[in-house]
Design a protein. Structure first.
Length: 333
């Protein structure tokens, strides 16, 4: 390409992503023949010279997208991933794409490597993010278009996420405003960025309310029934008036433990969750929770990826954070 064109300028004029233009010019990564021809025509019409890029062997579109879910998910997390998946499927199907579902851990991404190196997909959606994310590093090295559901510290990554910090902070502030002065938090593994975000939001909410941060009743890296049992025992001995759980899975374990101990909710202790589920809505008493639209989360992730592939018209180039609602129920009355 000669003349003074930039991929940013071409992308803006054609209404496609800058990444798509870069792939069309470099031959690295999948891009549709129609998009490559569109870029070529633009350059020639504006007085430039287009040179056919050297192919990296991956230019043939498969019309398949991979969704990568964490290998350590369990039945309690199935609702979130299935709801996200329904939104992804809806968008992909409407745009002529099929889904391939696989699972990976943070360190072992061999299943993803196999899918990509055999050219089975045009792009990837990562359903969980980590620090030092091996999947992100691999996909960037292979110039494969991808979107993360969740925040990553890696630069030049297209992300879609829920406002985990802001929502957790707001809910914490409101709980304190309702008169709860000694809150306990049970949080899962801090290897997951989402858990660190919810912990940050909780701490900010306590600080903004002017209360001292009771470090002794903030529990992190708690993932098992035994962990939660120990936490609940300690929390009750320290007289916390409300137990906040970082996600619905921890909330379910906490509810089961409180029921086992014959602790009355909300009479003896209140409970709330930073993530909602059907179980928490239907539990008696129903549990106060943050409500996010996981279906829209999946749909927006798919829209972003399809835009990067040049097959979706709307400009989804900017990372976005979805809105939320706080549903106050019987467990905090």
């Amino acid at each position: 390409m000669r003349n003074s064109f930039t991929s940013k300028q071409i992308a803006a004029d054609l209404g496609v992503s800058q990444t798509t233009v870069s792939r069309a010019l470099s031959g690295k990564g999948r891009v549709s023949p129609a998009t490559r021809e569109l870029v070529k025509k633009y350059i020639i019409e504006h007085g430039g010279t287009y040179e056919e890029p050297a192919s990296d062997g991956s230019e043939a579109l498969t019309t398949n997208i991979a969704i990568v879910i964490p290998e350590d998910y369990n039945q309690n997390f199935m609702s979130f991933f299935m709801t996200c998946l329904s939104g992804i499927q809806e968008t992909c199907q409407a745009n002529g794409y099929d889904l391939l579902v696989t699972s990976c851990g943070n360190k072992d991404v061999s299943s993803l490597v196999r899918i990509v190196e055999k050219h089975k997909v045009d792009g990837v959606i990562l359903a969980r993010t980590y620090d030092n994310d091996a999947a992100v590093e691999f996909l960037q090295s292979k110039h494969v278009p991808f979107v993360t559901i969740g925040t990553t510290p890696v630069s030049n990554v297209t992300m879609i996420d829920e406002d985990n910090v802001g929502s957790a902070m707001e809910m914490t502030q409101i709980l304190i405003a309702k008169g709860f002065k000694k809150l306990a938090l049970i949080c899962g593994s801090l290897d997951f960025i989402v858990n660190r975000q919810r912990l940050e939001g909780f701490n900010l909410g306590v600080e903004e309310a002017g209360l001292p941060l009771h470090g002794e009743i903030v529990y992190t890296n708690k993932d098992t029934v035994a962990d939660v049992s120990d936490c609940v025992s300690d929390i009750l001995s320290k007289g916390a008036d409300c137990i906040v759980c970082a996600d619905d899975n921890l909330a379910m374990m906490t509810l089961n433990e409180l029921r086992r101990r014959h602790v009355h909710i909300p009479g003896e202790v209140k409970i709330a969750s930073f993530y909602d589920s059907t179980y928490l809505m239907q539990y008696h008493p129903s549990v106060t929770s943050l409500v996010f639209d996981s279906r829209t989360l999946g749909r927006k992730a798919a829209e972003k990826l399809l835009f990067m592939l040049g097959t979706f018209d709307s400009d989804q180039s900017e990372s976005i954070s979805l809105s939320y609602e706080i549903s106050f129920r019987e467990s905090t009355k």
